[in-house]
Design a protein around this ligand. Structure first.
Ligand code: SF4
Ligand code: SF4
Length: 92
């Protein structure tokens, strides 16, 4: 899915800087390379490339990341991509 993007400004991904301990797990698990960790803190490089899979939030030990996984258009596009069918989330 490299290079696969959805609409700008709609991803629900959020990062609470204060809670981050810089463990690097988010950087390791994200299939889209959204995070970079430097000087003990994670940074979001490209929020609009997030497909809301939820892997980062699920693996963050301090719950510094929040994202609504498996909802809305991003989930529909993912499902369509995986099944080879036309994505449909019900909106236009
Ligand atoms: S997984 Fe959580 S604590 Fe670890 S670097 Fe990422 S945001 Fe920070
Ligand atoms: S929800 Fe998935 S795609 Fe988005 S930042 Fe987290 S791991 Fe990466």
């Amino acid at each position: 899915m490299d290079g696969f993007r959805y609409l700008d400004g709609v991803a629900s991904l959020r990062l609470a800087d204060a809670a981050c301990i810089g463990c690097g797990m988010c950087e390791e698990v994200c299939p889209h390379g959204i995070f970079a960790v430097a000087e003990g803190k994670a940074r979001i490089l490209d929020r609009d490339a997030c497909m809301e899979c939820g892997a980062c939030a699920m693996n963050c030990p301090t719950k510094a990341i929040s994202v609504n996984p498996g909802v809305g258009c991003a989930a529909a596009i993912l499902a369509g991509w995986l099944s080879g069918s036309k994505p449909s989330c019900g909106c236009q």
